[in-house]
Design a protein around this ligand. Sequence first.
Ligand code: F6R
Length: 236
Amino acid sequence: MRWILANDVEDVGRIASDIVLDYLKSHYESVLALPTGRTPEAMYNKLVEACQTQQCFEHTTLFNLDEYVGLPTDHPSSFASYVRRCLLDRVKIDKSRCHAPNGVAPNLAAECARYERAIQLAGGIDLAILGLGTNGHIGFNEPGSSFNSTTHVVNLSESTRTANAEYFTGGEVPKQAITMGIETIMGADRILLLASGSKKKDAIRRLRNEPPNIDFPASALKNHRDVTIITDRAAG
Ligand code: F6R
C-alpha cells in the first residue's frame, strides 16, 4: 500500500485527479469504478476542470460503485444523480458507457447479476476509486461482508445511514443498497482510496494496523498489489 498525506480535502481531490488523469492517459479505453460522497467532490471538480483543456473520458467506461435500493436513477439523492451532477453532465463522455445499478429493479438479485455481468463484459474494473466509511466500508460493503462477494444487496448499518442523512432532508435514508462486491473491487488493476476529515481517523488507524478481516472491509485492500491511499491531515 502506498500512503499519500494531503493537506486537506481539496488537496486529496487534486492529487486523486492527477493520478486518475495519468491513468487515463496511459490506459486507453479504461474501465473505472466511481465513488460518491463528500470526499470525492473535490476530485470530480478538478477532473472537470482538466477536461476543459484535454481529452479525459472520451474512451472511458464508468461503473458507479453503488446505489440505494428504492431510489430511481433520477431521484435527487440517488448516487446516479450524484455522479451525473458531479461529473457526467460536465464532461465529454459517451453516456452509453456510464453504468449504475438500478435500485428500483423489480428483481434485485437479477439486477445484481446483470450489473456484475456488465462489469465483467467490459473486461472488469481497471481503476477503482473508493471512499472509506467510518466503519471501514468500501463501496457499501459493510462490516461482515464476504471478501468473495460480487455485486449484491446489502443492509446498511445505522452508522452509514446516519452519516448519509444529510442527503435526505425530509426523507428517510434507504435501509438497503446494491453495491459492487469486494471481489469485484479487488479484481481492479489499480485501487485508489480517498479519506478525509477527523471522523475517518479511527478507520485510517484500523486500516494501518489490522490484518485483513471481514469486520473491517477496507482491510481486504491489504491483499491487493496496487493500492494508493490518499488521506488529509485530519484523517491520516
Ligand atoms: C459511496 C460509497 C461509500 C463512500 C463512503 C465515504 O459511493 O461507496 O463507500 O465513499 O461512505 O463517504 P464520504 O466521502 O461522504 O465520507
